[in-house]
Design a protein around this ligand. Structure first.
Ligand SMILES: Nc1ncnc2c1ncn2[C@@H]1O[C@H](COP(=O)(O)OP(=O)(O)OP(=O)(O)O)[C@@H](O)[C@H]1O
Length: 896
């Protein structure tokens, strides 16, 4: 390690913490990561001289060893995935074989795919700048003018596009691309780690469709995939393309040493949040301050902020601080985000590289692909969601021979809290592999329809599409009249192209348009699955700072009509929710704890909304009559038996007081108050897809745009009639009573008497454990907390026990619940740790409060959550008491 330069990064850190009293020191950990020298090699003999000359004049004197190895494998015809760090020269790994081929075989073609248009444009720019004769690189995306598209189809040899355009614009009309496909030699899939979840599943099947169409024209292109560092890259590539690939993981590019500091903003004395919870300084405000301090030191710094608005605010915050120190410095800070014009972004990039700018606050727009590196510092305001992104963003700082500082600032969120207190989870873990599930029937069905419409499907091809699963899906497509089965294969029956109706980004069908009735102006669109919660009649809808009220929602035509109005209240919908276990595929017994993985149906119906003043006071409740919506998806759940609650070891309550900081009476009182006497709780969390869920029958309140969970009475059977109950200070709450089955939950809940966790506290304890578990799952499955939802209930009709569900937010699931099941012990252990690491007395956003809980985060029992998790982890950890069943239950069979 370079002592002198490490001192420089440490000096920058000292500057950032200057003036903060020691007792409020926000730095929880500092690590020094060593640097590395480059390993270079000669240009391969197969590379044509003009290609080498062009690359040399572009600044690459000789390839780094891993670049040469990857390029050679692709040149020799192997699929390759290069999964190395930020700015490790991944582009050369595909540029070298592709350009060499295009130059030597003048009829050959290549396709480049990027997850975003901006990245595609950047990479096209880099290739065009090489100015090689005859390469004819051109983009074909949504921005390509109609009149140019014809030229691209006929003449371009290297087409730069994206999965959306490949799906709708290229494969759907492949006959017009026949000449291009016939000679297709390479397909480049850049930043392929971003293909995860439902989008990733679609892209995986799309790439199989691409291979079929190429094969139809006699071509077998080689795939070159570029990824941020990821665990198991070869396996991931195989899942994404369906073919084996050589993985290049050894990074031989040079890298300077880095100092990484983990930073937890202090709790504010003067402010309290929801339910009086303590509030921390926001990560964005903290990042603005750190950015300003580093700019004063002359350090070129990028601050990554999660939202576009946040990037603007952080830049403004830093400017404001700098204006007081030295007005000249104010001009050296700017914001950067997608949505700026390309020229504007190019100018900002150039200004940063030329030191005209010193500090830039950015969204992840500067994470992918953009050629910015060698900065002095990177500030990450909030965990970017995956370790791959964490390293990608922090990799923008540091260059060979010089050291750099990386500061990770935790947001008010359980995952961030966990990470700043567990540096090993951030700094010593292999990067996670992206989760995707190409066998998801909800993805397979539309993809197979598209494939059959492109070229009739033959039985021999089914293996690439998942074998038996594909056959079952095809059978149902035939039964529905979508496809026709003939001896030679499966045929698309209609004249229309299915591609236009298949949304590969997984937003769930046609968007609902939000239109201002008077002017017919389109204000925006809303996911169909969240339309009932966000644009129901009477909802206050915010659009770019202006307020509108919804007059009418027509789900059939996909239209919400609004008028401009800025009432003094906001609205929060109330939903009746039901979650039903459809099939249990995996079930493990650990004493009184049972852990399951399976299929669930989450049904929800918005039954009304509350009008609330900013103070929280509820004006009234308005009833609504909207249709029920159902989400069939995957869930992982655990149940705890009554006996276990009764016989739980004393460690549970000890741990409770540990978390509670000796203030357990407050937490306990909060739980009891919130729950009301004798009411067993079922609490639900929503997902971005609008799929909130509840155990049996519940009520969910959501703020506009958010979906969340509320307490209700768990009951069996279908949703009964909604009735209003007084929730004591929390405004109206609706509960629905059972139509049939095990009867009301109050009695059942009343039976539960855990040590230190009476029946009144149980719902709040389960609810808090569920919130924190949702917050921590992204550490184990590459998802966002908005991709998943949850339900907790003191008694679930299907399991007959206290149950916590965490479910995927997309139809058919995206693999997240499966990941949670596979990593249950570390996941729940991390969840417990996140709760106890937070010093707040009774729950705050850093531990058990959820940003999307529509019930105002009540009831929540922080200490109780630790008790619940101790009971579960204790049972899971005890040897010899567990049994494992793989249950292939038929649909409709309930678990438990
Ligand atoms: N062998 C080399 N020698 C010197 N510079 C190189 C070499 N290979 C690539 N570079 C330079 O390194 C920078 C990063 O390269 P590139 O953008 O290909 O990296 P990357 O791994 O794709 O980055 P990202 O992580 O942003 O996707 C570019 O400026 C490029 O010109």
């Amino acid at each position: 390690m370079n002592e002198a330069s490490t001192t420089r990064a440490r000096r920058l850190l000292e500057r950032a913490t200057a003036g903060i009293p020691e007792r409020r020191d926000p730095v929880t950990h500092v690590a020094d990561l060593p640097g590395r020298d480059a390993e270079v090699t000669d240009w391969p003999s197969w590379a044509p001289t003009e290609v080498v000359a062009a690359l040399r004049s572009g600044g690459i004197d000789r390839p780094w060893t891993h670049q040469a190895t990857g390029a050679a494998a692709a040149w020799e015809g192997s699929d390759v995935i290069v999964a190395t760090g930020t700015a490790s020269g991944k582009s050369l790994v595909y540029q070298l074989p592709v350009l060499s081929t295009l130059v030597t075989d003048t009829s050959s073609t290549a396709l480049y795919l990027a997850p975003t248009k901006a990245l595609g444009a950047d990479q096209l720019g880099a290739v065009t700048a090489l100015d090689l004769d005859g390469v004819r690189a051109a983009s074909y995306d949504g921005d390509t003018p109609r009149e140019e598209r014809d030229w691209v189809r006929k003449h371009a040899r290297w087409v730069f596009s994206n999965p959306d355009m490949l799906h709708r614009g290229i494969l759907s009309g492949h006959a017009r691309w026949a000449a291009f496909f016939r000679k297709l030699r390479y397909v480049v899939v850049d930043e392929c780690h971003s293909y995860r979840g439902v989008f990733g599943s679609h892209v995986a099947l799309l790439l199989r469709r691409l291979q079929r169409v190429a094969r139809h024209y006699g071509a077998e292109p080689v795939f070159v995939l570029a990824s941020a560092t990821t665990a198991e890259p070869a396996e991931f590539a195989a899942r994404l393309t369906g073919r084996p690939a050589t993985a290049i993981t050894e990074d031989t590019s040079p890298r300077g040493p880095r100092t990484v500091a983990l930073w937890e903003p202090p709790l504010l004395d003067e402010l309290t949040g929801e339910n009086g919870a303590p509030v921390r300084r926001s990560a964005g405000a903290e990042a603005a301050r750190i950015l300003a301090e580093l700019v004063i030191e002359g350090a070129r710094t990028l601050a990554f902020v999660r939202s576009r608005h946040g990037a603007e605010l952080t830049s403004l915050g830093a400017k404001r601080i700098l204006a007081e120190v030295d007005p000249a410095l104010e001009e050296t800070v700017a914001a950067y985000r997608a949505g700026y014009l390309p020229e504007e972004r190019r100018r900002l990039e150039a200004d940063l590289m030329a030191r005209r700018l010193l500090g830039v606050a950015t969204t992840n727009a500067l994470e992918l692909g953009v050629d910015i590196s060698g900065l002095d510092a990177a500030v990450l305001a909030g965990y970017p969601g995956t370790l791959a992104s964490f390293w990608q963003q922090s990799g923008r700082a540091g260059r060979a021979g010089d050291d750099a500082l990386v500061v990770f600032v935790a947001r008010d969120d359980p995952l961030d809290t966990y990470l700043v207190h567990h540096p090993e989870a951030l700094l010593d873990q292999p990067v996670e592999t992206a989760v995707l599930d190409p066998d998801n029937p909800y993805v397979l069905a539309p993809q197979l329809a598209c494939a059959a419409a492109e070229v009739p499907l033959k039985a021999g091809e089914l293996q690439t599409f998942g074998g038996d699963e594909a056959r079952a899906v095809l059978d149902s497509l035939v039964a529905d009249g979508v496809l026709r089965r003939r001896p030679s294969g499966w045929y698309w029956t209609s004249r229309d192209r299915p591609q236009f109706d298949v949304d590969i980004r997984g937003s769930g069908g046609e968007q609902v348009a939000v239109v201002e009735a008077e002017t017919s102006r389109l204000l925006g669109t809303v996911d169909p699955s969240s339309a009932c919660t966000t644009v129901h009649p009477g909802a206050v809808y915010l659009h770019q700072g202006s307020s509108y009220v919804v007059d009418e929602l027509d789900l059939d035509t996909g239209l919400a009509l609004v008028h401009a109005e800025d009432p003094e209240w906001n609205t929060s919908p109330r939903e009746v929710i039901d979650i039903e276990v459809l099939a249990t595929q995996q079930k493990q017994h650990f004493g009184g704890v049972t852990v399951c993985l399976g299929d669930v149906a989450v049904s929800s119906r918005v039954v009304g909304y509350l009008r609330r003043l900013p103070s929280g006071e509820v004006l009234d409740q308005v009833a609504l009559d909207l249709p029920e919506e159902e989400l069939r998806t995957r869930a992982v759940w655990y149940t705890i038996s009554d006996e276990l609650f009764q016989s739980a070891p004393p460690t549970a309550s000890e741990a409770g007081s540990d978390a509670d900081g000796g203030d357990s009476s407050e937490a306990s009182a909060g739980g009891a108050d919130a729950d009301g006497a004798g009411v067993g709780g079922a609490v639900v969390e929503g997902t971005s897809a609008g799929a909130a869920a509840g155990g049996a029958v519940h009520v969910v309140g959501t703020a506009a745009g958010d979906v969340g969970g509320v307490v209700g009475t768990a009951a069996d059977g279908p949703a009964g009639e909604a009735t209003s109950t007084d929730a004591g200070g929390d405004g109206a709450r609706i509960s629905a009573s059972s139509g049939s089955g095990t009867g009301g939950d109050g009695d059942a809940a009343g039976r539960r008497e855990a040590p230190g966790l009476g029946s009144a506290r149980l719902p709040g304890a389960l609810h808090a454990a569920e919130h924190a578990a949702i917050g921590l799952l992204p550490l184990f499955a590459t998802c966002d907390r908005w991709d998943i939802g949850g339900v907790s209930t003191a008694l679930h009709a299907d399991t007959g026990e206290a149950t916590v569900f965490v479910h995927d937010g997309h139809p058919g699931g995206a693999g997240f619940a499966d990941r949670g099941f596979a990593a249950l012990v570390p996941w729940l252990a991390a969840t417990r740790e996140a709760i106890v690491s937070c010093e707040c007395p009774a729950g705050c956003p850093s531990c058990v409060q959820s940003p999307k809980c529509g019930n105002g985060n009540e009831p929540l029992d922080k200490a109780g959550a630790v008790t619940v998790l101790d009971i579960v982890l204790g049972a899971l950890g005890r040897d010899g008491t567990h049994g494992h069943e793989v249950v292939q239950a038929a649909d409709g069979a309930a678990a438990g």
